[in-house]
Design a protein around this ligand. Structure first.
Ligand code: ADP
Ligand code: MG
Length: 254
């Protein structure tokens, strides 16, 4: 079986601070992998490198056997990798539905004209239908005509997932999908992610919350101070000494 994602020997420093060192792991097609670690352990930096937001100092990122190290984010999306952000920022003047539609990369360049009322074409209709279907799957139908900036933090996270899915990725990476999200909504997010996985999507979920990872993932990779310290099944986390040490030794949690 070929890995959909392979990271080799990644290293990154910000000034004198070594954020990641010798990070290597693989994700196989169809997996739901949790990338776990205390706050400040380097999870978002790792995700930013994999998704082309920042370049590593050393190392390689392979997507489906192709070297995509430092390929910029807007091109990686076309290679089949989409991601969400820890703190989604939504535009002030667009509705939830419009934000979802604008995330369809095939429509870029077409949408601004259409939003000015220039007409209605099949491409827009398809994009609208697809956006509405994803908004429904991610429980956002009720708020689709509200300004995207006015919905709750949890709903913004769900809208972030919708936007990532509009690009039809094969690999979806989520940065802390449940941080700041109401507990009732967490179960819905787990269910939505499992549904996506059933449809063939490979998922990497970056989280510091061990409970969510246990419910959502098939396998976990644990990062501590920029190093991978464990790779295990979610049910083995609590008995893994190195994982417990990473969490007990960690500074204040979010
Ligand atoms: P996590 O997502 O696991 O909480 P991050 O990857 O966001 O961790 O950050 C890891 C460490 O790197 C933190 O100590 C953070 O302050 C530092 N860091 C992240 N980005 C930058 C940056 N652009 N410049 C300097 N330090 C950074
Ligand atoms: Mg982070």
């Amino acid at each position: 079986m070929r890995a959909i994602l392979e990271v080799r020997n990644l290293a990154k420093a910000f000034g004198a601070f070594q954020v990641l060192e010798d990070v290597a792991f693989q994700v196989q097609k169809g997996e739901i992998v949790g990338l776990l670690g205390p706050n400040g352990s380097g999870k978002s930096t790792l995700l930013n490198i994999i998704s082309g937001f920042i370049a590593p100092d050393k190392g390689t990122v392979m997507l489906d056997g192709r070297d995509v190290t430092s390929v910029p984010t807007f091109r990686i999306v076309n290679e089949g990798l989409a991601r969400t952000f820890q703190l989604p920022i939504m535009p002030q003047k667009m509705s939830v539905l419009e934000v979802a539609m604008a995330a369809d990369t095939t429509m870029h360049g077409v949408l601004p004209t259409l939003f000015r009322g220039a007409g209605f074409c099949k491409a827009e209709r398809d994009t609208r239908e697809r956006a509405m279907q994803l908004l429904d799957e991610l429980l956002l139908t009720r708020v689709m005509h509200l300004p995207a900036s006015a919905i709750s933090g949890g709903q913004k996270k769900l809208l972030g997932i919708v936007c990532a899915l509009m690009a039809r990725p094969r690999l979806l990476m989520l940065d802390e999908p449940t941080a700041g999200v109401h507990p009732n909504l967490r179960q819905d997010i787990v269910r939505a992610l499992h549904r996506l996985n059933d449809q063939g999507m490979t998922l990497v979920i970056v989280e510091h919350d061990m409970h969510f990872i246990r419910e959502a993932c098939n396998r976990c990779i644990v990062l501590d101070q920029g190093h991978i310290v464990a790779s295990c099944k979610p049910e083995e986390l609590a008995s893994n000494e190195r994982v417990v040490q990473a969490y007990l030794g960690a500074s204040v949690e979010e």
